[in-house]
Ligand binder design. Structure first.
Ligand code: NAD
Ligand code: GLY
Length: 356
């Protein structure tokens, strides 16, 4: 058995472990206790499956495994792709004891989780995230779903996994651009609620970019601890959980306006965090500090050109909107985020280039 660390997401009867370590695939971590019945469906994609799918078999000894490969890409995060998973579950005679296992990045995890939430009104689900972004963010917390042609993640469900198993060795094959996109969410966790972690990232960004295993393991662990803590406080985003969406109101609008997959999610969130920091009205030196760290990470700090009406249309479909009122996650200072409908409209107009 390999050495690993476990963080618990405390949600009463729906609590689950996040297991983080090296060499967890290839039998390094026994998954069978998290598989409800005998049958499991591994959902992966055409890029990740050839790398890791067969290697999962020793972790599932004695179970009956079927698998499905989805097309790769954010543009395939649709109801139609989710339907192919449901079709496979029906075709294989899956029942309420079947377990869906997501093996891949955030796109695979979000689609597979949503299929698991819908099939027979909910079957068991395990997350095996293989991108940094999925390991530090999307695999934890139970948000599942797909995009709509009119807006990001508009269709989905809360459905918590039974376990999240993070084999950090999978990052060896991750392209650098994807690594940087994942680091955007790591930086987000520091920026919203832990200045000390933000400082640690500043000091260790070169090691993280060089895929230093110890630095990555620390970044993943701290991110999962931050996220698990927030989710345990507010599972269904009645309030506090919204801080995890820092930069996302702008970021989702960027992703949607450019066409899904053109800007990576983490890249859009990076530029969106700078816009949200500017909207916050915090000290210019703090905005600069955030920009500098994102630039050192190789992430964009400015959005693409988008017409003001398109910003407003896309942001109007944000899930945080209430009574047509936009709400934003803003910063009191670096490391201290809050969620509010009270923002400076004139400043927002300046940021998105709208005349008010
Ligand atoms: P992704 O799933 O598209 O993965 C990025 C690319 O890396 C893909 O081409 C994928 O095939 C490839 N890949 C994955 N693992 C690999 C590996 N180990 N080696 C080589 N290639 C690998 O993108 P992502 O950044 O992981 O996730 C982004 C998605 O996550 C977005 O749709 C976003 O909305 C969603 N998200 C969800 C939540 C949530 O709470 N549910 C949170 C944040 C983001
Ligand atoms: N990524 C935001 C959330 O999980 O709430």
């Amino acid at each position: 058995m390999s050495v690993h660390k476990t963080i618990t997401v405390n949600l009463g009867q729906r609590s689950y472990p996040i297991v983080i370590g090296r060499e967890l695939l290839d039998g390094g971590f026994d998954l069978t206790s998290f598989v409800k019945g005998r049958d499991c469906l591994i959902v992966s994609n055409e890029t990740v499956a050839p790398l890791y799918c067969k290697r999962l078999a020793p972790n599932l000894a004695g179970k009956t495994i079927t698998s499905i490969e989805l097309p790769d890409g954010e543009e395939h995060k649709t109801v139609a792709t989710m339907q192919t998973i449901l079709d496979r579950l029906v075709a294989t005679g899956a029942n309420r004891d079947t377990t869906v296992i997501a093996l891949g990045g955030g796109v695979v995890g979000d689609i597979a989780g949503f299929a698991a939430a819908c099939y027979m009104r909910g079957v068991a689900f395990i997350q095996i995230p293989t991108t940094l972004l999925a390991q530090v963010d999307s695999s934890v917390g139970g948000k599942t779903g797909v995009n709509h042609a009119r807006g990001k993640n508009l269709i989905g469900a809360f459905h918590q996994p039974r376990a999240v198993v993070i084999d950090t060795d999978t990052l060896a094959t991750l392209p650098d651009r994807e690594l940087r996109a994942g680091l955007a969410e790591v930086i987000k966790h520091g920026a919203i609620c832990e200045l000390g972690f933000f400082e640690w990232i500043e000091q260790n960004i070169d090691a993280l970019l060089a895929k230093d295993p110890a630095a990555l393991a620390h970044a993943i662990q701290r991110s999962c601890e931050v996220k698990a803590g927030v989710v345990a406080e507010d599972e269904r985003e009645a309030g506090r959980r919204a801080i995890l969406n820092f930069g996302h109101t702008f970021g989702h609008a960027i992703e949607h306006s450019q066409g899904y997959g053109v800007w990576l999610h983490g890249e859009a969130v990076a530029a969106g965090m700078v816009m949200a920091a500017e909207l916050s009205g915090i000290a210019a030196s703090d905005v600069q500090r955030l920009c500098k760290l994102l630039q050192r990470t190789g992430l964009p700090t400015e959005p693409p050109t988008i017409a003001a009406e398109d910003w407003m249309r896309a942001m109007g479909l944000d899930k945080k909107v209430r009574q047509k009122q936009l709400r934003f996650v803003l910063l009191r200072s670096l490391g201290d985020a809050y969620f509010t409908a009270a923002y400076d409209e004139k400043r927002l107009g300046q940021i998105i280039g709208r005349k008010i």
